[in-house]
Structures are given as C-alpha cells and as structure tokens.
Design a protein around this ligand. Sequence first.
Ligand code: NAD
Length: 492
Amino acid sequence: MFSINTSKGSVAFSRFIGPFINGKFQPSLASSPAKRPLYNPCTEELLETVNEASPEDVDLAVQSAQAALKGPWKDFTGKKRRNVLLNIAQALEQNMWKLTVLEAACGKPLAEAQYDIEDAIECFRYFAGHADKLHGQNFATECNHKSYTVRKPIGVCGLITSFNYPLLLAAWKIAPALACGNTVILKPAPQTPLSSLMLGELISQHTDLPHGVFNVLPGGEAVGSAIANHNGIHKCSFTGSGNVGRKVMSAAANSNLKKVTLELGGKSPLIVFADADLDQAVEDVFGAIYANMGQNCCAGSRLFLQKGIEDQFLQKFKARIEKIKIGDSLDEAYDFGTMVDRAQFDRVMSFFERAKSEGQAELLIGGKRHGTKGYFIEPTIYRNVSESSLLAREEIFGPVLSVMKPFDTIEEALERANATPYGLASGVWTKDLSKAEHCVQELETGLTWVNCYNLCSSHMPFGGLKESGFGKDLGAESLADYTTVKTVHIRV
Ligand code: NAD
C-alpha cells in the first residue's frame, strides 16, 4: 500500500506491480523493467514508484487484446457492452474520492480534480447509451438486391494520453472504443499513470469485462512508440503535443497504416469586444487561461481586447487574480496548484527568461516561481505582446496570459486571431449576437465559446483544426473513428 495525505485525512492505495494486461496486474516482461519515481509536485517528496511497461509488454497486451476480440468479447451484444460501461461508471462513482485524490496529487486543486472525475463518469454513461444503438443503413440499389451497411469495431485500439487530465482524457477514448466493441491498450502519460492503473483495478473488480479487452501500460516514449508502430494495433487515438503527434502519424504510415486521430496543442485566441459584459468576460478569461494552471490544451493564451477597454479590463482582471489561493493541491483551502512536474515547471520558467531577452512584451504581473518549494508558478500576464513574440506563437502550457496589442475592428481581430498554425479553441465576448455569429463562422478553430469558456459536454464533439489535429473525441461523431463500415450487396 501507499498513502497520500490530504486536508481531509490520509488515503491508502494499492501498489501496482506492473502493467495491467489480460485482466491482471503483472510484472513487466522486460529483463530490467523501468521504474519511474512520481513526486508530489507541491512538496517535491516521493509519492510512489511506478513499475513501467516495456515494448515486450506491448506485444503481450496486443496478443491479449486480439484474443479477446475473437473470444468472449465478440459475443458481447450492444446491451451487454452498455451494461459494462454503466458498471464502470458506477465503480468510478463509488471511488470518486480516491480517484480525486490521485488526480490532485498531480498538482491539480481538489475541486478541479473532482470535477474531472465527475466528467469521466458522465462520459462512460453517455457512451453506454450509444453501445446498443450502433447500426448500419439500408439502401435502395438494384432490383433483386438487398444492399446495406454494417458497422463493425476497428479492432485493437492504442490510446495514448497526455498528463493534464489523466483519467478524463482516457475516458474520452476508452468509453467510445468499448461501446463500439473494440479492445483497448491505454498508455497514460508517464507523469500521471496512477488513476489509469486504478481504473484497471476497478474494472477487474467490478465488471465482467472479459480479460484482454482493457489493458493499461504505464510508460513513456518507448511504450508509446511501440504502440504507434505495432502491426497488431488497428487504431491509435493520441492526445498530446504536435511534435509527438507527427511521430505517431509517421509510425502509423510506416507500419500497418493504422487509423490515427490526433488531439494536439493550441494557442487559443480570446476576443473581447468593447460592448461585452466586462465582469463576465473577466471571469471567463480567468478560467480560460488559469484552469489547471494553464496546463490545458484549450488554454486561452492570446487575449485580444478592443481599443478603449484595456485598462479597465486589466484592472478587474488583476483584482480577480488577487483572490487566488495558491497552495497544496491536496488541501481544500487552495484553488491554484502546480505544474505537473519539474520538467514542466522548468519549461514554463524558461519562457520568462526568453521573453525578457526577446523584449517584445511588458511583464504586468507574475513571471516567477511562487514560494521556494514545489512547482508553483505565479499567474502571469504580459501585455503589449507583438504577433512575432514567442509569447504569441508558442504553446506555453502554463499560467501565462499574453495580452496582445489592442484591436480596432472585428476584421482585424479575426485576422490576428487566426494568424497561428493552431486551431483548437477560441472565445468571443460581446452582447451583439450578429457580431458573435460572424466570429463563430470566421474563427479557424474546432470549438468556439461565446460569452463563456471551457464548457465541455460528452454529448458534443471535441477536437481541433489545422495543426491542432484531426478526428473528434466525444459526441456521436467520435463513434465513426472507432468503427469501420462494411458495404454489403446480396442478390435475392
Ligand atoms: P506529449 O506529446 O509530450 O506526450 C503525450 C503522450 O505521448 C504521452 O503519453 C507520452 O508518453 C507519449 N509519447 C511520447 N513520445 C511518443 C512517441 N514517440 N510515440 C507515441 N507516444 C509517445 O504531451 P504532454 O506533455 O503529455 O501533453 C501536453 C500536450 O498535449 C500539449 O501540447 C497539449 O495542448 C496537448 N493536449 C491536447 C489535448 C486535445 O484534446 N487537443 C488535450 C490535452 C493535451
């Protein structure tokens, strides 16, 4: 057992001896298995050491997942798959606090962590509703022919996730994959594998999911790469950075042309017009950039304010920031935690140095570490950021807002907002609905929020355009990415 201390007491967890393959935890097949120490990012103390998987374990998991496809899982009707997903949701709900603590131990405040788990549960319930409603179509083609399509699972799905919403992002992929009758090999991010491993434990204890249908392989690049290159895997759904997304795509191209979906990074623009409800806009922009301490793919990191409102907006915004309570993510008293680990902390801190030497922006507040222990970074604002600055171009993935030079017209705002290779999300604040609708049409992003931000529902597709990726997580749209369609003609 290992335990995690919270402001509400200590919570004990099982130790995981290795990857979860074929229905059980087992030691890695590697001759000298990798061990990854996980540190509490608030205290920098050792939390747990994880026994990682190896490429040999990927082979074993693929064999198990392939055998399950041909075995009992094949006979699981839509109704039975629905029930499994509902059982998973129930098991998660019964263990909400433990899962919340595991996510919060990655530096995320408890309230945000609980929200993620609730969303993950909702996701399993949403896709449970689809499991028994997947069907093909009938077509009128030639006389004396019956022509129809059949929707079938793709096969073994390799699901690779990033560190920022560990269980939630996994749920976004596992739930539709299982609803459609696929088998799954999940590789969580190396920094945050614990909630995914606990999901394996809960599935084995609380559901009748046949062995081999769901596998979890903790590990880093070697394991991810082995999944992306594997000829026995038929689909790879990836969430992470653009650089690694490119490697996944190229691995798919150079192996068996497995289907790929990519959910990648962003540099999301936020446009606040002078006619907006400024108090609402301040609150929303605050959440857009500082939720999960900026470690959010949709983070609204480029703020465009219409000329005339900049001083008022920033004054209110600074007042909002002063209400933040930065501290131990496992203590309910705090609502702003840390970067996930030392590497992410160093990465964000390096932007402050680079921005200083570049000299293309004015630091308004923050730009430094908070305290002397833990990976806390102060909420940061730069203003007068020019389009060519690295603060406007690069995804920082930290609590850093770039307030761009103010804009005059809607056309100018749109042109500047779209001037990025990314295309994940955008936000618009105005009381004028026709202005809002024009922005919705013109913004080159997969999601646009108007007078709100970060609202995300299992019912609706989520995914980016341009270099933010392709394919959708969530919503009925995502089912197409987890199924193949067979065309049938029968002479009758
Ligand atoms: P990352 O790209 O470094 O890692 C993502 C995953 O890929 C990890 O599990 C990692 O171990 C694995 N990986 C590393 N090398 C690999 C390889 N060669 N082949 C296969 N897998 C490999 O990203 P990160 O630092 O974990 O997450 C931050 C990034 O994720 C940001 O760019 C963020 O915007 C993006 N993200 C996107 C979304 C979205 O839905 N669009 C959601 C969350 C995060």
